[in-house]
Every structure is written in C-alpha cells, then in structure tokens.
Design a protein around this ligand. Sequence first.
Ligand code: ADP
Ligand code: ZN
Ligand code: ZN
Length: 823
Amino acid sequence: MEHHRYFADIILPLPLQDTFTYFLTKEQFNQAQAGMRVTIQFGKRKLYTGIILRLHHEKPEGFDIKPVIDLLDENPIATVKQLQLWVWIRDYYLCTLGEVYKAATPSGLKIESETQVFSNPEFDDVGFLTEKEKRAYGYIQSQGSLSLQELSKNFEGKTIQHLVYGLQSKKAIFLGEQVKNHYAAKTVNVVKVHPDYDHEFKMLAVMDELGKAPKQQQVLMAFIELTGMSGEKPVKEVFQADLLKKANAGQQALKALEKKGVLRVEKKKISRLDRTEPLDDTRKPLTDNQQTAIEKIRQYFNSQKTVLLHGVTSSGKTEIYIQLIREVIDSGEQALYILPEIALTTQIMNRLHGVFGNKVGVYHSRFSDNERVEVWQKMIDPDKAYQVILGVRSAVFLPFHQLGLVIVDEEHESTIKQFDPAPRYHARDTAIVLAGYFNARILLGTATPSLDSYYNAQTGKYGLVELNERYGNVQLPEIKIIDVRSAYRQKTMRAHFSPLLLAKMQETIAAGKQIILFQNRRGFSPYIQCQTCGWIPQCPYCDVSLTYHKMLGHLNCHYCGYAQPMPNHCGACNNTTITTKGFGTEKIEEDLSLLLPEANIQRLDLDSTRSKKSFERIIGDFEAGFTNVLVGTQMITKGLDFDNVRLVGILNADNMLSFPDYRAYERSFQLMAQVSGRAGRKEERGLVIIQTSDPKNQILKDVLNNNYKNMYLHQAMERKQFGYPPYCRLIKIVLKHKQKPKVGEGADRLAKAMQKLIGNRVVGPVFPVITRVQSYYIKHIYLKIEKEKSVSQVKKWLRQEIGNIMTYDDLKGIRVYADVDPN
Ligand code: ADP
Ligand code: ZN
Ligand code: ZN
C-alpha cells in the first residue's frame, strides 16, 4: 500500500461529476499551481488534458487513486479568478465544472486521445525544435495527419501531450479536426514592379504603348502614385486591393500587365492577428449631451455601481464607450467589450481598430480554434495581453489580469444568453460577476433595455443614464402603422406589400436612398399545404411543419435541420394542388424582384450568411451603396450603423406579437424599435412602415410613440401580477425522452419531489408549444422563486432531484437539465 501525500482536484472536459482527485509526485506538486494543465488517464485507455482546480494533502477515501501522468505547463493557462468564475457558473447555472471548462477554453488547449494532429506546411523554423520534437514533427509530416492516439504508439506514449503542446506552441503543428484550412497563414496579394521597369519614365513609356487599354494605364498610374516611385522614398510593393481600388480597375487589367512582365503579383504572409490599417487618431469631441451622460456615468462608477446607459438608437453610445475605454487603457487597465452577436463585430471592430489599433483583440466562435488559442495565449501573458477585447459572450472566459471596465452592448439581446449546450450562462450577468472580482466598472448599453435591467435601474441597484437625442440632432424616424386587413380586403396589396410601402420604396430608390425590410421568418414559406385535402408536410422528427426553401428546392426543418425535396404531389391524396403558405425572407426577395425589377436586392439571414465572407460581403455591398433593398431577419436589427437608409419596412408585426411567451411583448417592442433605429441615422429623418392586422395593439402604440417607459410600466405591472421576472426568479427544467409516456412520468415525479420541498413554487409540468424535437418529447417544469428567498438552497435541492430522476431504471434514457434565468 503506497502512501500518497500530494493531491490535485482536476477538472476534466467531461460533463460528469465536478472534479477528480489524482496524486502527484513531490516534484510535480512543488511545480504545480491551480490553472495548470495535466495529462491524466480516465477510463480504460483514454488520456485527457485536465486542469488543476486545487492542490492539497487530503487523501480521498474509497477508491483507487491514479497518478497525474504529466504536468503540461510551466505557468498556469487559467488564472485563479477564471477558476473562481467557473465555480460560480457551475453553482449558479446548475451545470458541471467539466461543462464550463469545455465551453470556456478553446479545444486546442485541451487535447484528448482522438484529437487530430496536422503538420503545418508553412512551418520552417525546425531549428527551434528539440530533438524529440524534431522526430515527432518529422513523423507527423510524413503522415500528414494522425490522431494523438496513433502518434503515441510511435512515441513514448505517456508524455505525448507535452510533446504535442510544445510543437503547437512553436506552430509546427496544429490540432483539431477542421482547422487545417483556417490555420494556413493568411496571405495577401502584393504587387511589385519588374526590375526592368523600375523607373517612372519606363513606366510612362509602357503607358504610351497601352493606348488601347485604358484600364491597364490606370493601374500603372495608380502604381506610380502609390509607390511614390518618382519621389525620394519609393515603396517597393503595394497591396493589390489598394492598387485596384485606386485604379478603379479589375483583376483583368493587372493580369494583362503581369503577362507583359511589367508588374508582378506575389503572395505575402501576414499575421492573422495583426492589422495594418493606419490609426485614425482624430478624436471625436463628445456633444454636450454625450458629455453630460459620460459625467453621470463616471459619478455612478465612483460609487461602484453598474450603470445602464439607455440611449436612443444612434445617440452615440459607441462614442461614449470609446471614450471610457480610452480612459481605462490610459490608466493601464483592460477593457472588455461584449456584443451579443458576431454579426456586429465587424463594424465595431473597424471602429475600435481605427482608434486603438493593435491594442484591440477580437474573440469569437467564427475564429478558428487556433486563432482563439493565440488570443488566449496572448491574454494569459501580462506583458503581451491585449488591452481591449471585443467579443461575443464567450469572451468573458478569457484570462484578464487588470480588468477595469466591462461594456455590454445591446444588453437586452436574447442571444447574449447561451441556450445550448450547458453552461446556459447569461454573458451580461456573468460579466457582472467577473467585473466584481476585479472591482471593475460595468456599463450596459442599449436603446431598448431588458425589463430586468430597467427594473434594476428603477430600484436603484443600477445607475441609470439616458440619452434621448440622436447625434447631430437627427430626428427619430417617423413611424406609420398600416392595417393590412383592409388592404387585403380591398385587394390593394401586391404580394405582401401595402400600397403605401410600395410607393415609398419606389420614392426612396428614386432618391438614391436605401431600404431595409424586416421579416422574422427565413425561407420562402413557413409551410406548404395541399389545397384539396389540407395536408401539411411535417418533420418526421419534430412536431413542426417544414419550411419551404425555394432556392434549394427543398423543405427544411428549422429545429433539427432535416431536409427533403419539395414534393410535386400531395403526400396524402396525390393531387398536384400544393400551394405555399405565409412568407419568409426568400419570398419577399423574389416578389420584390418582380415588383421593382430595377432594384438591387439582397437578403441577410441565416441561409444567406453561412460563411463569414458572405455576411461581410452583404454588409459591405450595402454600406457601399450597391444594394437598394436589404431584406432580412433579426440579423438586420442588431445595432448596425448605416448612413443612407431612409426607409424601414416591417412586413408583418403580428407573428412576433402573438408568440406564446411572457416576454413576447417586450421582445416585439425591442425588435421593432431596433429595426426602426436603422432608419435615418444621418442628416435627414427616416420613415418606418409597420404592417399589421392588429393596429390597436398597445405595443405598436408604444413603438409609434417611442415610449419605452410606457411599455415598461405596463409589462412590469403584468409581470408583478402573474409572478414573472423581474419580480421573481425563474428556473426552467427541461425533460426529454423518446417515449412520450416516459417524459410525462419523469416530469411528474420531479415536479412532485420539488413540490415537497418548495410547495406551490413549482409550476407544471407542461408541454411546450413544440412538443417534440429531434425525436425527443419535451416537458417543462418551472420554478418561480421569490426574490427574497434563498435561491441557492433551492438549486441544491434541484440538482439532487435531477440526479435522482436520471437514476430510475424505468426512466432509462431520460435527459433532464435546468435552465436558470431562461430566455
Ligand atoms: P449608437 O451606438 O447610440 O447607436 P453610434 O455611436 O453608432 O450610436 O453613433 C451614431 C453615428 O453618429 C455614428 O456614425 C457616429 O460616428 C456618429 N457620432 C456619434 N457621436 C459623435 C460625435 N461626438 N462626434 C462625431 N460623430 C459622432
Ligand atoms: Zn392532398
Ligand atoms: Zn425536425
């Protein structure tokens, strides 16, 4: 019997129990710190990268304790504050530490047996590798790619992870399944002149010969200007993109010149994290209103308060953020800027880069894993860390050392909360906790606060600062509500456009201005139906009808992704009388191309933006004015700043208002106010047209009058009366099973068990609107807990009871989880 004295509690990237205890040697123990990674064996043969949460001497009882195989780091890769945050998330959001670890770190930091290892074809610093690394690198190179497991067969298996992380940090290899293409260093095309022509008069001579090719002449002229060839300090190369832009010419012209041997195009490596844009250091002086607002914010910050900045769209909230960030980094601290959506990062990133240059780093899920590893590794090193991080919710997981300010922009957005998988954390609330560890200040910004935050501001928990005017005294847009019922009756609707909307669209295009149309359904039509027998095709795995996507020619389930070809016969009566019902963005795009044949129309939704490029292209085209009409879903509502939009159309306000959820009105208000906010942001006043068949709806009136306060008061009253947040805390329990009776049985038992503990605070079980998704039947139970009551005790009980339900033999296969503060 051995006597071990040195132990570590280790977090594994598995959704199991919280930590696992392993023993270390004395040397390991002396080197080890919380936040360092270790290789451990778990299960029969599997090796994992775990992370040390705690070191101690308390020998656990009752099971065989295994050794830490290898200590992987010389310095922690996670800070103590990060680990503290992980534990908080586990307790608050009722998940496991493994789930948090998994979500919080890029996968390149926690390789396991199955992880694929690739050699980096661009790697050329073999001299920096140790002998062992060289051998491993050579082997990986010879194989192209292989799994860690395979690699370990050829090397002393146990320390393979150490070896692999070493190679990774030297960039000789990369890890993961599909990162290969992402990792190839980013290159740009640069243009140089052939030495034979490297003089202005030679170039001019060539230009003379090019009389019949004006585009090529333009390229040469632009080249001369950009390189400053005739000046004292000519540059040797220019970016191809800059050259063509300046020359107003296409690739063709450049290719022709390359053929003639005058110019040469070469690929040049640039770091993916460095940017080359010049800094735009011109400070925008704040307006009086903005100045007053920022002073109030500072005052609240002095008394350690979280501040809610409620500023109408285009009031210059972002300018205020920029000013505050500047102050924070001037004092040597870091700022974290959280956005709810990747969609927004490009625009804001350009703005921040313009001001802060390479002090800003971006972090989000469209980055390849390796890019995220790079950002992480920079951040963990206090000497190299970015001073500003712009990111989506996962950016709260980065290692900070001196966090001074957190900005949560568009704090009302529902996407700021992670929905699936666990941890189901709200990035705003998590950021507030994180900021607390640093005594950092927090600013929440939005034109349409969440009811929760506004409530906190009303009760004095948050400071409240308001900005009621748009920058440049541009008026908020005029809003018109159109009753489409009468238009349909009088048959004056054309497709889904009321006469007024169509007329205003024509006017707007004629005036050279732009239009945004909003419809919160993607696809062509939400469902199709047989006119003879009423048949509607359903998803075989979910209880929903299939959406018709015309461009792809198929029916698609928006819940599980199932697809089938568009049928030409009815599945029930075999007639060919199938029609499309309702309308999504794709149909609007098509209708519009008939109604406005001259207009350039583009669509922005999940389908049209599958790749990062396509999103940027659509936004870029719109910004550049190539597009007359942008049709889109929620995606277009998100804080985008366009100068030239005069008209916004909301095609159907009804389906959001009738959504069966206690937040439907709040969300509808936010959505409509935000879309409206895209109109008339510069100079002249914009117009918003809202089409509805319920024009008397109170929410529409509040939108019309831009009356957030009224919306808030009404909604708050209802929430109080019916016991919903912000007047209580809500926990949603989700149960799933492939068999309907089992999910019912499980839900009943869990509800009963909880009732015993907390009485009538248990609501349900109920079936949700969509009772089956991906072959699983779903039931929900809600816990409504008064604000004054200790919610942590309830959570402990709940965790226990959920654990119990999953162990019952007769309920095998049941899935249960809790969603705290659900959307
Ligand atoms: P918000 O974030 O409130 O929607 P923005 O910060 O995007 O508003 O501001 C709207 C527009 O007005 C932007 O184009 C911004 O550059 C401009 N703007 C705002 N404040 C100023 C200022 N003080 N000086 C110059 N331009 C400003
Ligand atoms: Zn039929
Ligand atoms: Zn489905």
